[in-house]
Write a protein that binds this ligand. Structure first.
Ligand SMILES: [Ca+2]
Ligand SMILES: [Ca+2]
Length: 747
């Protein structure tokens, strides 16, 4: 069956020239057809001689053409109309063959011209067009906010639409309906709706033209985009006069959100009145507030606040993210409405007390919280460029604050200096950087160090007596990274030496060991954020201090991640930032040798609660005089002048690569050992000989006595004094000895 629904004349001969309306076969019947003009034709073709009855069955009706005459015909086509408010204040609009499948290759236009002060409302009650894609490349309805197709476009619509209602901003509206010439067999109905001209639609002058923008096509929706930390006022429609009933207006208040900026919206109500209905709740009129961007997920049922009555409760709200939406719905009752102040604030996503001026400055007071976290803006998202953020940590009296960094990545493209020691120091960090200061009560501050790249700061304790710490994050105008995440902890102040450490001032040399050396250094107690040992070395004026690190193993690696868990901080110049050392000895620069710039030096060994422990370190320090003249021992290579008694003391005092103080020690020291040994051996031998003689003498005397007794028994000699044996009654050691030597045969 071929259908021709666009035939202009009812003569059959014209079918050849008429647009072809589709060919149908099989079990599915064609959809309803409405002729574009006064005639409709279809033809049935069969290749069989005899047709079977009941092949198809349908109904027809002649319908009134005026249903499609939206206004005065402009005569240039079947569906071009001019609609004036004087002719028709309200009426129907329908596509030219609705509800029959619309023709291809169609161009319809509907021009609505209202009177002064009027707006045009168009409501589509049925809308069914072929859906060719998001931008409607094939068939579409396009609505213009003005008198013709050179006006601003409100929207282009295709596919199926529900609840499509469009308002003109002013008194005119222009609608086109376009279908393309295609061979595809589509059978969509087109559209049907109503239009209305009215003076009673909301006046748009409550929308502040300078700050806000009416969303074209809506009755009273507006959009406010931040112009970077901008602010302004929003009002209910008709404010300060009562709003009209049965009205829905939406306020989309959107802060900035891009790589550089992230804002949130602060909303503060200054005036508020939306009368409650009979139920004494917000079921009549209300203002719903959405703080989390629910509208982007069409979650209009998940509002954060619903306001009605005589006051806004709460009066101030802050969005969670860059978006805030308000939906105002007036019910049967009318009221004075509301006035509110909105402010776009930069959202740093940093915990802590923010500065009232909205700058990136945060304060952490021991009096309000003893421990917590802080981070770079928007961590773990990249921090913005061209930003300075300040973090103040204020301890109370007799407290110290500890900072421990858990993540650290500050963009540095040009790493200055030796890569092995890590990226810290004022010279190394010239792009983005982090600085940490001690703060004092007199308003002064001293820098602890500047850090950048991946070299995380070691654990930091504020100096005893300091008011607290200050951290500054500086970023330059390009290139960013994820930034840092760290913890702070206020704790009872320790001694000036920390948990261990000492004053080393009454000696010319010594050694410094990490706690438990050579066993693993221990980590802080469970309730402590850090454990620290501070050593203060001072020597005679004009002398300097040479430190030689003999053994060294501290977790961390300066150039790949810094020393965030444990660090040896070493000040060769007590008035400048110290060095931060960790890792293994082979990575230490200059073979682990450090020389003070004055007669003072400070070392701090700090472990954070996350430290796991390692061998630690052993270091030797020596008071040295630097210069050509020397009254005592002069090192050969380093030329340091050191006390004589440090020569041959088995400790390197001249330097890591100068062993001159421990050289040529053999002639003085080595002979002592064999000499002492030989004396012990000789004395031992003499003693052994005496013991042997005594034993032999004793045995020999006993044997002689037995011999004499046996002789006396055999010849019965009475017991009497015999002159030859009298000396046996009075034995004498020397006599025995003499006897022993006299009778060599018996040995
Ligand atoms: Ca940068
Ligand atoms: Ca020595």
């Amino acid at each position: 069956m071929d259908i021709y629904s666009e035939v202009t004349q009812p003569e059959l001969s014209d079918l050849v020239n008429s647009p072809f309306g589709g060919r149908y076969c099989g079990p599915i019947p064609p959809r309803t057809r409405v002729s574009l003009y006064r005639a409709l034709a279809f033809s049935f073709h069969s290749d069989k001689n005899a047709s079977i009855p009941g092949l198809f069955f349908g109904r027809y009706a002649f319908i009134n053409d005026s249903e499609f005459e939206v206004g005065a015909s402009l005569g240039s086509g079947p569906c071009n109309f001019l609609v004036k408010n004087n002719d028709k204040r309200t009426g129907n609009i329908a596509s030219p063959t609705y509800p029959g499948a619309y023709p291809k290759n169609l161009l319809c236009s509907y021009q609505f011209l209202g009177g002064s002060g009027q707006r045009v409302r168009l409501e589509f009650r049925d809308f069914d067009l072929f859906y060719g894609g998001q931008h409607c490349p094939f068939d579409f309805v396009r609505v213009y906010d003005g008198p013709d197709n050179s006006s601003a476009i409100i929207g282009t619509y295709c596919g199926q639409q529900r609840n499509l209602v469009i308002y003109s901003s002013e008194s005119t509206l222009y609608v086109t309906f376009v279908t393309l010439r295609r061979t595809a067999n589509t059978q969509n109905r087109g559209f049907k709706g109503i239009f209305e001209f009215s003076n009673s639609f909301t006046k748009l002058d409550f929308i502040n033209k300078n700050e806000a923008e009416h969303i074209r096509g809506t009755e009273c929706d507006q959009r406010i985009f931040s112009r970077k930390e901008s602010h302004g006022f929003i009002h209910s429609p008709n404010y300060p006069f009562p709003y009209i009933a049965k009205l829905v207006c939406r306020y989309f208040i959107y802060g900035m959100q891009n790589a550089q900026y992230l804002e949130r919206v602060r909303l503060e109500f200054l005036k508020f009145q939306i009368p409650k209905g009979n139920k004494k709740d917000c079921s009549d009129g209300y203002l719903k507030i959405y703080l989390k961007g629910q509208e982007t997920m069409d979650a209009y049922d998940k509002f954060d606040h619903e306001l009605c009555g005589e006051e806004a409760q709460p009066t101030t709200m802050i969005s969670d993210g860059p978006r805030l939406l308000m939906v105002f719905s007036s019910g049967e009752l009318t009221g004075r409405g509301f006035k509110a102040n909105y402010t776009f604030e930069t959202e740093y996503r940093i915990p802590g007390t923010a500065a009232p001026d909205g700058s990136c400055a945060f304060t952490y007071r021991s009096t309000s919280k003893k421990k917590g976290e802080f981070n770079s803006p928007r961590y773990p998202t990249n921090y913005p460029s061209f930003t300075n953020c300040t973090y103040h940590f204020f301890a109370t009296d007799n407290e110290q604050v500890t900072l421990v960094f858990d993540n650290f990545k500050i963009r540095t493209d040009n790493i200055n200096g030796s890569a092995l020691v890590g990226s810290y120091g004022l010279e190394s960090c010239q792009e983005d950087w982090l600085e940490i200061y001690n703060l004092y009560k007199d308003g002064t501050e001293t820098i602890i160090n500047r850090y950048c790249h991946v070299t995380a700061p070691g654990p930091i304790e504020s100096n005893r007596g300091a008011l607290g710490l200050k951290v500054i994050l500086h970023t330059d105008d390009a290139n960013v990274a994820s930034g840092f995440k760290a913890r702070y902890s206020f704790e009872v102040a320790k001694s000036i030496f920390g948990d261990c450490g000492a004053n080393l001032s009454s000696s010319d040399s010594g050694q410094i060991l990490s706690p438990n050396f050579p066993k693993k250094y221990d980590t802080p107690k469970p309730n402590q954020a850090s454990k620290s040992c501070n050593w203060y070395i001072s020597v005679r004026p004009l002398y300097r201090i040479l430190i030689i690190i003999d053994t060294f193993s501290i977790e961390g690696e300066a150039h790949t991640r810094g020393c965030p868990a444990a660090v040896l901080r070493l000040w060769t110049d007590v008035s400048s930032p110290g060095r931060e050392i960790c890792g293994e000895k082979k990575l230490l620069p200059n073979y682990g040798e450090y020389l003070s710039t004055s007669n003072q030096m400070r070392l701090s060994f700090i472990t954070a609660d996350k430290a796991v422990g390692s061998e630690g370190f052993k270091a030797y320090w020596t008071e040295v005089l630097d210069g050509p003249s020397c009254d005592e021992f002069q090192c050969e290579k380093s030329l340091f002048c050191i006390p004589f008694h440090l020569k041959c003391n088995n400790i390197p005092n001249c330097g890591a690569r100068d062993d001159s103080d421990e050289k040529d020690c053999f002639p003085v020291e080595e002979p002592q050992t064999p000499f002492r040994l030989s004396w012990v051996a000789i004395m031992g031998a003499i003693l052994l000989a005496i013991i042997c003689l005594c034993v032999i003498c004793h045995k020999k005397r006993r044997r002689r006595r037995e011999r004499e007794r046996a002789l006396r028994r055999s010849i019965h000699i009475p017991q009497m004094a015999i002159p030859g044996t009298s000396r046996q009654q009075v034995p004498h050691f020397c006599e025995e000895l003499g006897e022993r030597f006299a009778s060599v045969d018996s040995v």
